[in-house]
Design a binder for this molecule. Sequence first.
Ligand SMILES: Cc1ncc(C[n+]2csc(CCOP(=O)(O)OP(=O)(O)O)c2C)c(N)n1
Ligand SMILES: [Mg+2]
Length: 573
Amino acid sequence: MTQTRNISPRSAEVAASLFLQRLMARGVEYVFANAGTDFAPIIEVLSAADGEQKYPTFVTVPHENLAMAMANGYYRVTGKLAAVMLHVTVGTANAICQIMNMARDNVPVLLCAGRTPATETGHAASRDVYIHWGQESFDQGGMLREYVKWDYELRAGQPIEALVDRALDIAMSEPRGPVYLALPREVLADATVPMRRDNVRPLGVASSAPPRHVVDQVTRMMAEAQAPLILTSSAGRSREGAAALSRLCSSQAIPVLQINATDANLPSDHLMNLGFAQDPGHHLEDADLVLVIECAVPWLPRLSRPRPATKVVHIATDPLVSRLPFREFEADLLVSGDVTTTLVMLNELAGTLEDDVLRERQHRVSLERAKALQARADLVRRSRDQSPIHPAWLAHCINEAKSEGSIIINELGTAVSRLEFAGQDRYIGSSPAGGLGAGLGTALGAKLAAPNSDVIAIVGDGSYMFGNPVPFHYVQRAQNLPILTIVANNHQWLAVKQSTLAVYPDGAASRVNVMPVQGLDPSPAFERVAECCQGWGEAVDDPALLPGALARALEKVRSGIPALLNVHTQPIR
Ligand SMILES: Cc1ncc(C[n+]2csc(CCOP(=O)(O)OP(=O)(O)O)c2C)c(N)n1
Ligand SMILES: [Mg+2]
């Protein structure tokens, strides 16, 4: 007879319980979970809690990719980290694409996964099904180690609360990012040692400010420049950062171009806002000082470069973007420190511009802005009657329909340069890692974080299918998170076609009717996917009917019913 150790009946003392209590104590409110046999101790302690609010809320998410994306959206709206808990090796594997996205976008998450039981006998939690052999690996964290800031496996005899602290603090330290903790089933089920001191301190490490003399150097460069330019992807991620950026560019009359923006860094009507682009083009060539602020890829060197005499300053928590293996951008000065703090210091230390200089620069930017607005308005006018629907008309109708304070998630749904953002709006673009399938889950996490805001997910038809659509519609209903989903359905992976044409403009692929490996016809009736999950769906191919459909869909969402518009669009950007 095998001796089996009993699991303590006082579940409060087992590692699983202390683990969850510590998450709660450190401010982790949600665990997005996809369970398996490794969850037995977790499910046991959750059941024993009997409604007592000592653990975070568990949300059942029927695909790991979606669970991770929810943590992304939740963080992007609240600034608070969420935990994700998945099933051993296999669940972890399904989460890796989003781990890559979050790592490259500096989004923290605590990803936990069970570890298949290590023992064959001797413990109530020992192996009891055959997968427990097949699911063991030599190095479970190895599969994602390149993309996490820290990974570890709980050992017997360790204070799990101290491990939780370590994981959360590292994830929330700048630059923020994912961490991974593997939790073996036997150890989770056992009583554990408490941590030595259970004080609750703020998460992370107090972030650093750049040295004063370096900030002075930047202000001197600003004072000497005739044509300064700011390039940023995410300087305005926090409200404070956005406010400090707005103040700096206004007082110094420095135009801001948002390059590969993951955030809306300035309101659209801000007088210094030159809008969004993937490459700064002539703006870069016209500048004599470029402030690159939280922007890993400020220009595409094949397309444009600063002039040799132009000074380039990179300002970021990690201005070298040291996790990127190769990167060779011109730089005269690298300024490392918390970006909001740096912007606030620049505001305090920068001198005042002379009135005529200020007005001259403001005038120059206003001409650029007027040109861009005119071009956009012309395109909307030309495209308003086109069927299939022109992407510019779709963006225009979304701008008209959305209310102030909306949260817009965009995954190849529309060119962000055509969207309008008010000061209270939020924008969540795709990660620089470009792993598709984040949009739908990000919208769920955002809605959970801001239940009173309209959350609008605009996704390509490919991106919709990457995003675990049935689990997405299920979670909307199960958790009461109604979202307006707009599928910009061009019946293909247009990006794949465009990149083939960019490499082989006159090649064989340019002459075929339908390029291989990029078409998505016959296009599914996505509106019916929403319907089969008790949502409301409508297909739109008449441009004149689009405004009405958007208004109906928003009305549904505001009444609690998830809505999807399947908008048939032209295969152009
Ligand atoms: C996980 C993942 N797989 C594949 C790709 C390659 N990829 C980049 S864009 C794209 C097409 C996306 O299609 P859709 O969302 O319909 O946007 P469209 O290009 O049509 O505008 C693909 C397959 C990727 N970025 N991520
Ligand atoms: Mg498409």
